[in-house]
Design a protein around this ligand. Structure first.
Ligand SMILES: NC(=O)c1ccc[n+]([C@@H]2O[C@H](COP(=O)([O-])OP(=O)(O)OC[C@H]3O[C@@H](n4cnc5c(N)ncnc54)[C@H](OP(=O)(O)O)[C@@H]3O)[C@@H](O)[C@H]2O)c1
Length: 293
């Protein structure tokens, strides 16, 4: 029997919401927002109460038990080869298990990420006559929070950030905006079967972003442009695993080639308001002392 939209929305609202990567940059914020609304949430991660591991399919079914909707973030990165098929398999199991709404976080201008969007959509439709699910894609630019909760924090604390980013501008987006869009898609009607491409409101080069952070936290921060080869060697010296080095190389060379150097209106379309500016992010994070070095 065909499932109606109203039934789907009802099931999604009734069940637990699984947040895969629920301790990560966007997942943690989605968990906080849903819990503050009194919703039942399960954190899907290796350290979750019901452990979930992308690398161990044996953990997926128990994480999906009694789940009505899910926010899905893939780890380490939706751009890595194989991510799309894994996400497709997970989404198919989710729909078979009764999940009626799936919201997937992806990245812009990445072949594997766009393939993952496709496998998500196919899985949501495939179960077809027996059951189907609504999907929403949140396709994000680089997060502001990479500078305060991720890979760039350590160099900022050391006072020097060396990257092979040339002068290419990027519309950094705030993880709080991404979480707001994800929560809207999980809890409201009107976001089904849509792709929200979300960026911040301003294009900034990495050099400009570091300059704004330095100004906000009143520290002398140096941005040093380096070659991709020097970047890869520095990562190897720091003991960064080869696959992560390969991923960063891909992101800085292929993806940061200008294809994403434009703004989009995804935040406004999903939420009816403008995205948060990098300067507001930098001011608020500086006030927490995280960048004090
Ligand atoms: N960062 C960006 O600028 C950016 C931009 C666009 C798109 N994205 C996409 O966003 C996603 C998340 O990236 P992120 O860098 O921001 O990471 P993140 O969300 O901060 O990732 C950490 C989360 O993943 C969980 N995790 C780690 N290994 C896992 C595994 N094997 N199985 C299940 N969960 C695991 C961690 O929990 P445990 O350690 O407890 O398992 C934690 O909850 C990626 O798919 C990426 O492609 C990121």
């Amino acid at each position: 029997m065909e499932t109606t939209n109203a039934e789907r929305a009802g099931t999604a609202r009734r069940g637990t919401t699984l947040v895969v990567g629920g301790t990560g940059k966007t997942g943690r914020r989605v968990v906080e927002r849903l819990r503050s609304r009194g919703m039942a949430v399960r954190v899907g991660s290796r350290s979750g109460e019901v452990p979930f591991d992308w690398e161990d399919r044996g953990t997926w079914a128990s994480a999906l038990r009694e789940v009505g909707s899910a926010y899905v973030t893939y780890y380490p990165d939706v751009a890595v080869p194989g991510a799309a098929d894994t996400i497709g398999s997970f989404a198919e199991l989710a729909v078979e298990s009764g999940v009626r709404r799936l919201v997937l976080l992806t990245g812009r201008g990445e072949e594997e990420a766009q393939r993952a969007e496709q496998t998500l959509q196919e899985s949501c439709a495939r179960v077809g006559a027996k059951a189907s699910a609504e999907w929403t894609v949140v396709r994000a630019s680089w997060f502001n929070q990479n500078f305060s909760e991720g890979f760039f924090l350590e160099p900022i604390l050391a006072g020097e950030v060396a990257l092979p980013a040339d002068e290419m501008p990027e519309p950094f987006v705030d993880a709080d905006d991404i979480a707001d869009v994800a929560v809207a898609a999980l809890t409201e009607d009107g976001h089904a079967n849509r792709v929200y491409e979300v960026t911040g409101p301003r294009l900034l080069t990495f050099a400009e972003a570091i300059e704004e952070i330095g100004r906000a936290c009143r520290r002398e921060l140096r941005y040093v442009p380096i070659s991709t080869e020097a970047f890869a060697s520095a990562l190897a010296e720091q003991g960064v695993p080869d696959d992560l080095t390969g991923l960063l190389r891909y992101l800085f060379t292929e993806v940061l080639d200008g294809r994403n150097a434009h703004l989009t209106d995804g935040v406004r379309r999903a939420l009816g308001r403008e995205p948060r500016d990098f300067a507001d992010y930098a001011r608020d994070v500086a006030a927490t002392g995280v960048w004090d070095g």
